[in-house]
Design a protein around this ligand. Sequence first.
Ligand code: NAD
Ligand code: MG
Length: 405
Amino acid sequence: MSEGNNIKSEVLRAATVSGAGPVKRIAIFGSTGSIGTQALDVIAANPDKFSAEVLTAHSNEDLLIRQALSFRPNMVVIGDEKKYAKIKDALASTEVKVFAGEKALEEVAALDCYDLMLAAIVGYAGLKPTLKAISQGKTIALANKETLVVAGDIVMRKAVENRVPIIPVDSEHSAIFQCLVGETRNKIEKVILTASGGPFLGRKPNYLVNVKREHALQHPNWSMGAKITIDSATLMNKGLEMIEAKWLFNMRPDQIQVVIHPQSIIHSMVQFEDGSIKAQMGLPDMKLPIQYAMAFPKRIPNQFPRYDFKKVSTLSFEEPDLRTFRNLALAIEALNKGGNLPSVLNAANEIAVYAFLRNRIGFLDMTDVIEKTMARIPFINNPTLEEYFDSDGEARNFAADLINL
Ligand code: NAD
Ligand code: MG
């Protein structure tokens, strides 16, 4: 049995026995985002199964206040400390506790008042609270893929040490996870991540050079937060997901394949050592993987629209165009070399996407920023957590200097 299967069986076993009572108490880190709001819809539809105990947001205080008034969590955290007074005021007549600041995210992650953390903050900012929750033995439903891209070895090791199940929310990884139920003893030959190809599928660099943020924010199949929508347009998202898959399922880089599947009906596949391929399918709707991660190991009924084989007749597949979508090639390089390179790639990408979303650089410039940053920051083969933090900071500074941010 491979080490990956050991981790997997540990995760499946621990998740089966986790949960304090019939109602799972959920902490949504990033409750005002695309994933966070959909998770609250799932909770609202299943009040007998879930309660929202902790809600956190970075700057959208109005939505956080509305969510708090409607779900009456134990506590809320606002990242931006300037917004604390307004929230405190708005919730004065309730029992909801209010905290503010980056440190508070970690402190709240350590509390006993919840059973499962839905890690739905975007970017590197999600790493520290998630690590804190793992050290406290909390089950993690992981949407924040950057956590595993930056420090996947340390995150997974700590999860095993603390017997913490990490249940993927990312649709591809949820698909793979679902395909693996019942397969604990069987070796995986490879995993096949499907990608929609984004809004610029089939386009060439002479088109991409003129693409603006409004174009890039139009995803054909999924409605998501701004950062991941841009990552989907550049195919960086799939690169981050390859690295995420490496850590979640303990795969070698050559066991992770990407295939473009524009209809987004097959969410990903697992090929076992007998050549048999299992796929998980359905309409593209993040509520399903969110609900699955929160309810695991149970499936719960819902009213989400169903895929109808009579309506869509063609499912198609093609190779990704790595010469045009070079971000994916850079991510594959980081996946292969390992060490601190994925954390450098991630940091440079966060800066590049931030700049693109503010019309400071063009679509193809994002790739240049990432490539130059990867070439500049010294390689560390087996980084400590501190070294991952340092690499992230150095890469951010270098990338920001490159574009005069
Ligand atoms: P989003 O931008 O819609 O929401 C992000 C949330 O994080 C918000 O609640 C925001 O307040 C909070 N946040 C942002 N910056 C923060 C900071 N510095 N400190 C603390 N909180 C901060 O993002 P999203 O689309 O919901 O994505 C969340 C995560 O889930 C990402 O890592 C993304 O890759 C992953 N994911 C999203 C989808 C999707 O369909 N949206 C699918 C798969 C994976
Ligand atoms: Mg995904």
